[in-house]
Design a protein around this ligand. Structure first.
Ligand code: ADP
Ligand code: MG
Length: 653
């Protein structure tokens, strides 16, 4: 039963038109249009806690209040806890505050937020949380909140809307959630704040549940297959030939993979680890397992250069394996393809040339994809389709924030390699104002005179949007440094790019590049990284760029150049060397699009959950969904029909 809005008292033709402009057509639409906030205080959502933003929080005091009477101005400091996070508060000129507010008390607090220091400069504190009349704020253009509120009340009073329960009953009971109907009613007409909390708790679970239903049902981990019956002595005799001991994290990742092999469904695993953390050998140990049982494996890299490097590494590490290299440039390609089909090769390393229809395998038992985000979903899918067991191992150096990786892969399916085999001297990272370039020029010539290599990275090729680009910076460098300058960018042909890279590696010199160098280029003697217009880049991207240097025992420096007011953010890089921590800042500052590609980030827009602070909830819902999908009667029971339909619908997107 869905009722048109003109049946509701108080909604005339004019209001009707305005509501339709806001895409609200029925009573159900109106109910789903939830309040943006309540009354005169508007509690800031975690996702809106931006740097320098004025925010209002309902928070718990978690420390004693400390008066600081001796400074120029009297100040009081204390800590609050909100959204699972402790924030340090400073407020000026409130001599009596420490008598009014105690530890453990709930307060409403307003002020300016400093994200980097987790600090709130407070201007307003309310100790009485007024719960007598909570009025929702809707902010629908040209329609008063009062009118909406009256309409909503009437809809609930006269039962002019139907809101069905959509979460399985046993889960509602397990978490003592209120019904969907009650949740929307309480959100629109709350008697007190605890009702709003109850409603949000329920709707958060609902939102996470349906997100995970989509994510989990999309994973190959639900594809059944027999446990892999590999020959452990074959694998062990390979491990004995490795000239170093695996790090703890590498061993852990290998264990995770072997546990996956033993399961009765396909592996779907992400290995995350900075450049140089040693993912290559982990992948090779995984590959050994499938080869030991007479299957083939494939390794797909994002560029020809990387595929070639990988191929040579594997040939060197495992000379007894039959390994093929397949890229656009492979000579006698037809023959190689024929031999792959006839199982003359155990392992094929290549680029996206691998996905062409003519490339067929005799028995492909493992797909390894390096830098998975460099490939589209389709490309990955086409390669995986060639395998009979659908086992996939993704490798990435992008420090995707834990929550995001977990949401898209499942908590059990992510292995993280944090420690690096050779702990080198940290890279010195310095912020330089755009007016101080002389010191940069001098440094470039110094380093290159010592036989080292330098990178200069700019955000664009030409001057359409950005001052600092390949063209302008080339002129600037030519006029100011003695060093030989090579270039690398996307408007060059593949041949030009490779020739330029080769010339750069052959002699101490400078490479002026776009972010193309982000992935995989390995020049041991590179000691200098200079990034122009650093304000254009995310922190994790800057971290990855600086990972191009420091692959030696020399002293390495990264300069971040910016004329814009971005010092506070950029200097985080001189303090933090952990890619994951930096990634979390990006997630807060720039949203998830940075990590998973904007084409996929649409499904991460939420009404209720916040991907940073609701990590635990996401974990729980994921587990629930996983168990639900594995229930014997899930595919047959009528009561799950609507969930099966939902999955079918979401697979089409
Ligand atoms: P990435 O994770 O970027 O693919 P690689 O697998 O290329 O990293 O490893 C980087 C370097 O570290 C390689 O030269 C590799 O031989 C070396 N390496 C890997 N694991 C270890 C280890 N446990 N001890 C010492 N060196 C290692
Ligand atoms: Mg690698």
């Amino acid at each position: 039963m869905e009722i048109k809005l003109d049946k509701i008292d108080g909604i005339g033709p004019q209001t009707l038109r305005k509501l339709r402009n806001a895409n609200i057509w029925s009573t159900y639409d109106l109910i789903l249009n939830i309040p943006k906030g309540y009354q005169d205080f508007f509690i800031t959502k975690p996702s809106e806690m931006k740097h320098n933003a004025k925010i209002t929080l309902k928070a718990k005091v978690v420390s004693q209040l400390k008066d600081n009477p001796y400074g120029k101005v009297f100040s009081t400091t204390f800590d609050i806890k909100v959204y699972d996070q402790v924030i340090h508060v400073i407020i000026f000129n409130r001599k009596y505050l420490s008598k009014q507010v105690r530890e453990e008390q709930e307060i409403i607090i307003q002020g300016t937020y400093n994200l980097y220091r987790s600090q709130l400069l407070a201007t307003e504190i309310k100790t009485k949380i007024d719960e007598t009349s909570i009025k929702p704020i809707y902010r629908i253009k040209d329609v008063s909140d009062y009118l909406i509120h009256q309409a909503v009340k009437q809809i609930f009073d006269k039962e002019q809307v139907q809101i069905f329960e959509i979460i399985p009953k046993y889960l509602i009971e397990k978490y003592r959630l209120i019904s969907r109907y009650d949740a929307y009613m309480k959100l629109h007409c709350p008697k007190d704040f605890s009702e709003i909390d109850q409603a949000i708790r329920r709707l958060k679970y609902e939102e996470t549940f349906f997100l995970e239903l989509k994510v989990v049902s999309d994973q190959s981990s639900l594809i059944p297959r027999k446990p892999k019956n590999y020959d452990i002595s074959f694998v062990k005799s390979f491990i004995k030939t490795i000239p170093y001991e695996l790090t703890h994290d590498q061993k852990q990742a290998v264990n995770d993979i072997y546990r996956d092999f033993k399961k009765d469904h396909a592996m779907f695993r992400l290995i995350q680890g900075d450049v140089g953390s040693g993912k290559t050998v982990v992948a090779l140990i995984a590959i050994m397992a499938v080869i030991s049982m007479g299957e083939q494996a494939v390794f797909m890299a994002p560029t020809t250069l990387l595929a070639e490097q990988q191929y040579h590494t594997y040939v060197q590490m495992a000379p007894h394996l039959r390994i093929a290299l397949l890229t656009q440039k492979t000579p006698q390609k037809k023959k190689v393809i024929e031999d792959i089909k006839n199982h003359q090769y155990d392992l094929v390393v290549g680029t996206h040339a691998l996905i062409e229809d003519v490339v067929k395998f005799s028995k492909l038992g493992l797909v390894v994809i390096d830098e998975q985000h460099k490939f589209g979903v389709d490309t990955r899918g086409q390669l995986i389709d060639k395998s009979h067991s659908k086992d996939v191992l993704y490798l990435t150096a992008t420090p995707i924030p834990r929550t995001l990786a977990m949401m898209t892969f499942g908590k059990q399916n992510v292995s993280i390699i944090k420690e690096k085999p050779k702990q080198k001297e940290p890279i010195k990272t310095l912020y330089v104002d755009k007016d101080n370039l002389d010191l940069i020029y001098k440094k470039i010539d110094e380093e290159i005179a010592q036989g080292h290599h330098a990178y200069v990275v700019v955000p664009a090729i030409t001057s359409n949007h950005v001052d600092d680009n390949i063209e302008s910076t080339y002129e600037l460098l030519k006029a100011n440094v003695d060093a030989q300058i090579h270039m690398l960018h996307g408007k060059m042909t593949k041949q030009e790019q490779e020739a330029s890279m080769q010339a750069f590696m052959d002699k101490p010199s400078l490479l002026l590049s776009t972010t193309m160098i982000e992935v995989g280029i390995d020049v041991q003697t590179a000691t200098l990284m200079i990034i122009f217009s650093a304000e254009h880049f995310g922190l994790s991207q800057l971290h990855q760029l600086r990972g191009r240097i420091g692959r030696n025992d020399l002293s390495n420096t990264c300069y971040l150049i910016s004329g814009k007011d971005d010092v506070e953010r950029l200097t985080l890089l001189s303090k933090i060397d952990d890619g994951f921590e930096l990634a979390n800042y990006d997630l807060k500052l720039r949203g998830p699009g940075d990590f998973i590609g904007s084409d996929q980030s649409g499904f991460l827009k939420f009404n209720f959950i916040d991907i940073l602070s609701d990590q635990k909830l996401i974990e729980i819902a994921q587990k629930d969904v996983f168990e639900l999908l594995k229930q014997k009667d899930f595919q047959t029971n009528r009561k799950y029909q609507y969930l099966r339909n939902y999955i079918k619908e979401s697979m089409k997107i």
